[in-house]
Write a protein that binds this ligand. Structure first.
Ligand code: HAM
Length: 419
């Protein structure tokens, strides 16, 4: 048969290759440990939901719902979408399974899908780790989720992330602000771009989110949302700011931070970095006290965030990770067959050890080369002579130390100090 044209992955959707998965696992493991350290429990929801869920939560007039969702009609005629984010699904599931009878701290991870224009840090399938807390309305829980993110950065060895903060107030305050903002923007309508002009009618706050450099000045001159806050919203925001100061977390109040999803009220925040180019937001979230009710549940306050794993991993890229601890080399007539059994015994004796047993033959030299490339700290060396003497060589690969010979029966004891 003639050779066929290879099929490639979809633009903006990436394979996670074997050499990269270790880094992902490391970041995910550390994140999970931090989340568990705050008493959060994992939840997993389907990748596909009815489209209506995202329209009702993220908002009809948002980039995500208007332009970016992967939506389709399934064979039964239902309108479905690949999830573009995790909050809506979490709320849906929490209502559906009656989880809202007490405060809940939930986390999730997994792929999300948005048909954006791909560029560095922006993909069509990307991965988030997210947190949602239900049933707590005070600024203390807003502070807790931010403390948790700081601990995450520490656990991942990241510095240089900056916290931006704003309050969107409650819905009355936002309505009042909306009309102030509309007056201001209408007066400058001629200078707005098409997108922003259209948003005047539908969602004027989103104009503040515009990335068009021609609008920078207009946006900078707009009235500030913070000035429109009522007493309670202001007290909430001030309590959070005071808590951040007590915790020694530096922040910058950014009155233009409005977020691209409609469900937020009061606290919104983003952790941003200068090191990733245009897509510098690594983590974003805030309070959404109205969403549970909007999706058919009993009014329940809520707050959460999600971080973009691709961006986080790009930031945390450091020294290459070793794939294995030890590499078993076997050359000769009998040694290769015996090696697999010896490897099994080592794994029995040393649970958790990452031991790669060479398969496929080859000279000592070529096997040593592979051992070196695997990142292993030691090579275990088995020839026919060693085997018949029931001994095995241990060669440290990273320290220049000499190879030593040990009895097979002592291997499990002699190996760990060298790893
Ligand atoms: P979001 O701001 O849309 O919020 O996304 C959160 C994070 O996901 C972003 O800060 C970014 O790191 C990452 N991200 C978003 N889109 C992409 C993309 N196309 N490619 C790569 N990374 C991306 C939410 O999704 C809310 N559900 C967060 C939340 C949870 N709010 C309350 N609870």
């Amino acid at each position: 048969m003639a050779r066929q044209t290879p099929i490639r992955a979809i633009r903006g959707m990436h394979d996670l290759l074997p050499d990269e998965s270790g880094r992902w696992q490391q970041v995910e493991d550390r994140a999970r440990a931090v989340l568990e350290g705050y008493g959060y429990q994992e939840m997993r929801t389907p990748l596909v939901e009815v489209s209506e869920l995202f329209k009702r939560s993220i908002g009809e007039v948002t980039d995500i719902v208007e332009k970016e969702m992967y939506s389709f009609e399934d064979r039964g005629g239902d309108q479905l979408s690949l999830r573009p984010e995790g909050t809506a699904s979490c709320v849906r599931a929490a209502i559906e399974h009656g989880l809202l009878d007490q405060p809940r701290r939930i986390w999730y991870r997994g792929p999300m899908f948005r048909r954006e224009r791909p560029q560095r840090g922006r993909y069509r399938q990307f991965h988030q780790i997210g947190v949602e807390v239900f049933g707590l309305s005070g600024p203390d829980i807003d502070l807790e989720v931010i403390l948790l993110t700081r601990r995450l950065w520490q656990a991942l060895g990241l510095d240089g992330l900056e916290l931006e903060l704003n309050s969107l107030g409650d819905s009355d305050e936002r309505a009042r602000y909306r009309s102030q903002l509309l007056d201001y923007l209408r007066a400058q309508e001629a200078q707005l771009d098409d997108d922003s002009r259209r948003r005047l009618e539908t969602n004027p706050l989103r104009v503040l989110d515009s990335k068009n450099p021609d609008l920078t000045e207009i946006i900078a001159g707009a009235p500030s949302l913070l000035d429109a806050l009522g007493e309670e919203s202001r007290a909430h925001f001030e309590a959070l700011c005071a808590g951040l100061e007590r915790a020694g977390i530096a922040y910058r109040i950014n009155p233009r931070l409005v977020r691209g999803l409609d469900y937020y009220n009061r606290t919104v925040f983003e952790w941003v970095t200068q090191s990733l180019g245009a897509q510098g937001t690594v983590c974003a979230g805030g309070r959404y006290d109205g969403l549970v009710e909007q999706l058919g549940g009993r009014a329940t306050p809520a707050v959460g965030f999600a971080l973009g794993l691709e961006r986080l991993i790009e930031l945390s890229a450091a020294e290459p990770l070793a794939r294995v601890d030890a590499y078993l080399i076997a050359v000769g007539e009998q040694a290769p067959a015996a090696a697999l059994q010896i490897a099994e015994r080592v794994r029995d004796a040393l649970p958790g050890i990452r031991l790669l047993c060479h398969c496929g033959g080859g000279s000592f030299k070529s096997q040593f080369k592979r051992a070196d490339r695997s990142g292993a700290r030691v090579a275990l060396v088995l020839g026919d002579d060693e085997l018949s003497a029931q001994r095995i060589g241990i060669k440290p690969l990273r320290s220049g130390e000499e190879q030593r010979d040990v009895a097979l029966s002592e291997l499990a004891e002699r190996l760990p100090p060298l790893l």
